[in-house]
Design a protein around this ligand. Structure first.
Ligand code: IPE
Ligand code: IPE
Ligand code: MG
Length: 229
């Protein structure tokens, strides 16, 4: 695949795991399981293509508040598995992981694994996989405004950006949402100001590298004007 432009940072709203499982008369947790496998493939593929940042929406603030306990426990188990086993392969390939969101209410062992996952990452890497966990764009903005107010800095866009979870990441160039819904559901609200948006009905566990490439091809055709002519 030869593209005229490649996004530096892709945000991925991994939606449709539950419906994928339901179609197969399986518990929702197995849909999340299949979703994690898809995500691992997409991270590998993104790195190979030369994309520098992939941010995956894993659990929203609303998901943590509103999903049944057993489904949340299934998601925590997947995080346990990813951050104790799979993350090592990522490091070996010279990539790092980052977590954004408020992980303080998560089970203590999961929280520790996430913190270690970041800490043990290589210091420099050409690929960063960021997990948005108990993440909400509105909560992030409120948190940043509070921090900025507390230190008495002048309020401006640049200063506020520094207090976002994503301070060290470039803004996403492309945001992909699988699963057919056409909304952001509180994902990267501040950072998405000039992101190109791509929506597909494909349920996340079926979102293959080929499907991802279709989104990249569409991105390459977009005319990004940033308010210019
Ligand atoms: C996305 O899949 C993953 C999470 C929100 C944790 P869903 O679980 O929302 O799947 P659907 O939308 O019910 O199919
Ligand atoms: C968005 O999906 C959150 C994640 C993919 C983690 P949801 O399934 O929670 O979004 P809504 O409820 O359909 O807006
Ligand atoms: Mg959903």
């Amino acid at each position: 695949m030869v593209l005229s432009s490649l996004p530096r940072h892709v945000g991925l709203i991994m939606d449709g795991n539950g419906r994928w499982a339901k179609k197969r008369l399986m518990p929702r947790t197995l849909g999340h399981n299949a979703g994690m496998n898809a995500m691992i493939e997409l991270a590998r593929h993104s790195k190979e293509l030369g994309i520098n940042y992939l941010t995956v929406y894993t659990l929203s603030t609303e998901n943590l508040a509103n999903r049944p306990k057993d489904e949340l426990e299934g998601i925590f188990n997947l995080l346990r598995k990813y951050f104790s086993v799979y993350v090592k392969k990522l490091y070996k390939n010279g990539a790092r992981v980052k977590v954004i969101g408020d992980i303080s209410p998560l089970p203590a062992d999961v929280k520790k694994l996430l913190e270690d996952g970041e800490k043990n990452s290589p210091a420099t890497a050409d690929f960063t996989l960021t997990f948005a966990i108990n993440y909400g764009g509105r909560a992030e903005i409120v948190r940043a405004v509070k921090a900025l107010g507390a230190c008495g800095e002048q309020i401006c866009e640049e200063a506020l950006s520094k207090y976002m979870y994503t301070a060290e990441l470039p803004d996403p160039d492309l945001i992909i949402r699988t699963g057919g819904e056409v909304r952001l559901s509180n994902f990267l609200l501040w950072q998405a100001a000039y992101a190109e948006l791509y929506f597909t009905p494909v349920l996340f566990p079926d979102f293959s590298c080929d499907e991802f490439d279709k989104a990249l091809e569409e991105f390459a055709k977009r005319n990004r004007r940033f308010g210019g002519v």
